[in-house]
Design a protein. Sequence first.
Length: 280
Amino acid sequence: MRHARAVPDAAAPPTTTVSAALDLTADAATPASLLLAVARRDGVDVLTESLTVTGPDGPVAVTEVDAGDGTRLHEVLLPRGATTVRYAAEVRSARGEAPGLTDLERWALTRPSRYAPSDRLSAVAAAEFGGVDRAGLPRAVASWVHEHLAYVSGSSAPTDTAVETLLARQGVCRDFAHLTTTFLRALDVPARLCAVYAPGLSPMDFHAVVEAAPEDAWEVVDATRLAPRQALVRIATGRDAADTAFLTTAGPVTLTSMEVLAVVAGDLPVDGLAPGVPLP
């Protein structure tokens, strides 16, 4: 899929270039889904974009599925043998008014989910944050998670929930996001996980952050503080990592290599940790 480049506008937001390269090996033909594409939402202008999947015998068919809230899932049948996946896009994201909270989101995103069992941590959340003003809860919770967890690559298992993360006091970005989401939901604040491209992240990878809506609009918080929120580019939005994984397969597939890139034109923004930062 390709889209024509828009005419540059001197007043437009800076352009962000993102890309992802996956090398996969399957022992047999295996259905798979990819979440690599930039989300199509209001305020997001995708200037150029391409996605190719190539197997041992040439190009592999890709089907785009609207997964809701701008998320675009791509279904493929991985052939037996080695397959390469290549995605690239240039995007401008307007950082204006925060997206509003719907009635359905208000109801659904205060409930427990697979990796965010908020019902199991409600007592801890009440003890730690019971005196915090509701509007300040996203920043307070993200700050607590940042201060009490160590970021340690490879320290968690794919099946770990926020409970295991709290006990271990360490994890990676998805673990930080799950614990933040769990505490917020336990406090009756709608919260969801967002997979993003993150300019400034080092080492570069896919990144997970949290959107919370203590009142009527979503704002983004990142307990890892590893990349400025003002430069993030949304890929997928969901209840937790079960909805936002970059690769899901119906059978055994080996990820032999992966490379992710996200670069914003000009100077990288400085995140002063102010509340109310939107994620387009």
